[in-house]
Design a protein around this ligand. Structure first.
Ligand code: BDR
Ligand code: CA
Length: 341
């Protein structure tokens, strides 16, 4: 669905200056593509991942938190970033999940896989969590890194919105928010009009857009341009048989099967990896400025992101940058080079 014409739009490569080290906090509802984003972020030397916070979304936050630790375990991470458990319920509406896409455990049902001796191939990791809850950790880090911290939310925006409500002064010192969410000139993936992260907590999304911190949105329009096929994953992994390669195959299998039966390709989108790529390799992306609003109440349109991306029309002052294009193959090459390094 095209929400308005786009022929005269003026988009340009994102030319943000790459800083030697960017301090990020990844806020995530760890499903399959979130796990890939975590791996990419932790393997990106331009980023210092100060913390990873979980939030309910793809599955309940209890499972998301376990999936976070399981992903770190599969990576054999030597130094764990600070991890904290986040909010279990959206601000106002009841929780909706996407277990039908990500598996009932959120990680492609890897928790059901057994070894030859009958034990779990991916056992529950030791909980290694911060004593404080995600919202407080976000506020704390915003205070520790004033004007430096970049928030990268790749799930519903509940934790971020609650942190803004609880400590607006600290949160105004967040440098930027680079999020995965929204659908502008394309169909949604939950309803015809809404993308999952925004649909799951539209009130949080609107609050975050209204808050005034610089925001860049990476919507479905762009993430649907990058497809990780099963064939490509196999080819890139090749003969490797390390734990991470095994995890990549196991965690992506169910969602690839889902896309085979629903979208006729054996593969998956890697939505949440794209904001990480935008931070480390902005030259692969194009963005436009826009005034973005979220439909919070429509019966048919709740969670819809609305913006006029045409350049020739007068419009309100922009409150976000919206990513409109990605060089898909360049990004995929970069993605594999980093996650399989
Ligand atoms: C978003 O929804 C979730 O299912 C994915 O992890 C991604 O963050 C895509 O709409
Ligand atoms: Ca996600």
């Amino acid at each position: 669905m095209a929400k308005g014409g786009h022929l005269l739009r003026v988009s340009k490569p994102d030319t943000r200056k790459m800083k030697p080290m960017q301090h990020i906090l990844l806020d995530t509802d760890i499903g399959v593509d979130d796990a890939l984003a975590i791996i990419l972020a932790l393997n990106s030397p331009e980023l210092k991942v100060e913390a990873i916070t979980s939030v309910s979304g793809n599955v309940h936050v209890d499972l998301c938190t376990r999936n976070l630790l399981m992903t770190l375990e599969a990576m054999r991470v030597r130094e764990y970033p600070i991890c904290a458990k986040g909010e279990s319920q959206p601000l106002i509406k009841p929780l909706v999940t996407a277990a039908h896409v990500h598996g009932s455990d959120g990680l492609g049902d890897v928790t059901r896989l057994l070894t030859t001796d009958g034990s779990r191939l991916y056992p529950d990791p030791e909980p290694q969590l911060a004593a404080m809850a995600a919202v407080d950790l976000i506020i704390d880090l915003a205070g520790q890194y004033p004007d430096e911290l970049i928030l990268v939310p790749v799930g519903p925006l509940t934790n971020i919105a609650k942190a803004m409500i609880k400590h607006p002064a600290r949160m105004r010192r967040v440098r930027e928010i680079v999020l995965m969410g929204g659908a502008f000139e394309t169909y949604g993936n939950v309803t015809t009009t809404a993308e999952f992260n925004i649909f799951a907590d539209p009130h949080a999304a609107q609050l975050v857009l209204d808050f005034g911190v610089p925001i860049t949105m990476v919507p479905l329009d762009v993430t649907h341009q990058v497809i990780l096929t099963g064939k490509r994953l196999d080819a890139e992994i090749g003969e490797r048989d390390d734990r991470l390669s095994q995890f990549l195959r196991d965690a992506t299998r169910a969602t690839m099967e889902y896309h085979q039966s629903h979208e006729r390709f054996y593969g998956t989108y890697i939505h949440d990896a794209l904001p990480i790529g935008l931070l480390t390799s902005p030259e692969f992306f194009e963005t436009v400025e826009a005034f973005v609003q979220v439909e919070t109440s429509g019966d048919l349109t709740q969670g819809m992101t609305i913006a006029d991306l045409r350049s020739e029309r007068p419009r309100p002052k922009p409150n976000a940058r919206v990513c409109v294009r990605v060089h898909a193959e360049a990004f995929l090459r970069h993605f594999f080079d980093r996650i399989l390094r």
